[in-house]
Design a protein around this ligand. Structure first.
Ligand SMILES: NC(=O)c1ccc[n+]([C@@H]2O[C@H](COP(=O)([O-])OP(=O)(O)OC[C@H]3O[C@@H](n4cnc5c(N)ncnc54)[C@H](OP(=O)(O)O)[C@@H]3O)[C@@H](O)[C@H]2O)c1
Length: 332
């Protein structure tokens, strides 16, 4: 993808870092200049695998590398705030994995830090940059389905219960809501703005995090209702619908990856794109290009995933957690 080429540093060499770096190298003009891990051995293995010139045994050393212009934070949820803060204080642009932070207080703190240091900050809500979601946003905003009154989106997959895994660990910020529930919630906010109210129910795993959560986002009298569901206990259909007074649009499954739209208006049914979805990389290339363009232009955030919206969404997640009794860490 054409965007000015920047030097990227990767904080944390887990699974998503591999996928995103593979995509960065294959499908963008960005440069991988360094990786940082808590372990020198893991950093070196990753650096060799992907041809990064430098490997560091700490995140602090990574953010101090003068060639690193953007730090991609790809670590477990409980570390997002501190590692992003480290990078922002070092004056680096930050692409921070979802969920932005553990809670709204941490999110607000990062927002203030980025503003104080005049550094770019964006939550890696990559789905917002996928072509079919860009088209969906355009269709909804230009009134193609009339007034949106109902939406539904789910994201569930089966992961056997293991209290030590990041998905089920309260200490690492596990649970369905933070891992995948944030996707349909961010999707709804992207299309319709912030809801005026919400209600939610969760099933808790023995560790105290949610294995499943369902919520209604309520847009007030005469406004929309959006149903969202997330699970780490069961695989769900993973499609999304937005329905309005003049039509409805289905995002085909899985809706959160490159996918197509089925647009229903009366008896007419149309698909987008009209030809097959073109072969492409994993889909992370669009958010990577967005970061490169904004940072190169001296901008401090992306209008597609603004910092204030990430902060507000963390507030919605806080409310859901409080309402459902979801416990994040033994001390919370
Ligand atoms: N955008 C997406 O599609 C997508 C998909 C999956 C996950 N994610 C997000 O990406 C992040 C990482 O997920 P993942 O699946 O890549 O997880 P993972 O494979 O478990 O890797 C996470 C990395 O976090 C680092 N880390 C730092 N402190 C840690 C601690 N106290 N305990 C364990 N690891 C620690 C480790 O890196 P070092 O050992 O190198 O320091 C580890 O490799 C999460 O925030 C998740 O929500 C995003």
């Amino acid at each position: 993808m054409s965007a000015p080429s920047l030097g990227w540093g990767i904080a944390g060499v887990g699974k998503i870092a591999e996928t995103v770096v593979e995509c960065l190298l294959k499908a963008t003009s960005q440069r991988l200049v360094a990786v940082g891990s808590r372990s020198m051995e893991r950093a070196q293995t990753f650096a060799e695998q992907f041809g990064a010139p430098r490997a560091y045994a700490s995140y602090a050393d990574l953010v101090a590398d003068p060639e690193v212009q953007v730090v991609y934070v790809a670590t477990v949820n409980s570390t997002h705030h501190d590692i992003a803060a480290l990078a922002l204080r070092a004056g680096k642009a930050v692409l921070l994995e979802k969920p932005f932070t553990l809670d709204q207080a941490e999110a607000a703190d990062l927002a203030a830090l980025a503003a104080r240091h005049g550094t770019f900050l964006m939550e890696a809500m990559w789905t917002r940059f996928l072509p079919h979601i860009v088209e969906l946003r355009r269709l909804v905003q230009t009134g193609r389905i009339g007034q949106p009154l109902f939406g539904r989106a789910d994201f569930g997959f089966h992961q056997a219960y293991d209290p030590a895994s990041r998905l089920y660990s309260p200490a690492l910020g596990g649970g369905a809501l933070l891992d995948v529930g944030i996707y349909p919630i961010s999707w709804a906010v992207n299309l319709l703005g912030l809801p005026s109210g919400l209600s939610a129910r969760a099933q808790l795993a023995p560790s105290g995090v949610d294995s499943q959560v369902s919520a209604i986002l309520d847009y007030g009298a005469g406004g929309a209702q959006v149903l969202v569901n997330a699970s780490v206990g069961v695989t769900t259909p993973q499609d999304a619908w937005i329905c309005g007074t003049e039509g409805m649009i289905q995002v085909t499954s899985p809706w959160w990856r490159p996918a197509s739209l089925v647009i229903h208006s009366g008896d007419q049914v149309e698909t987008w794109p009209q030809s097959a979805v073109p072969a492409q990389a994993a889909g992370y290339e669009y958010q990577i290009a967005e970061v490169a363009r904004r940072v190169s232009a001296g901008e401090l955030e992306s209008p597609v995933m603004p910092v204030a919206e990430s902060v507000a969404i963390m507030g919605l997640l806080d409310t859901i957690r409080q309402d459902c009794g979801i416990v994040l860490s033994p001390s919370s």
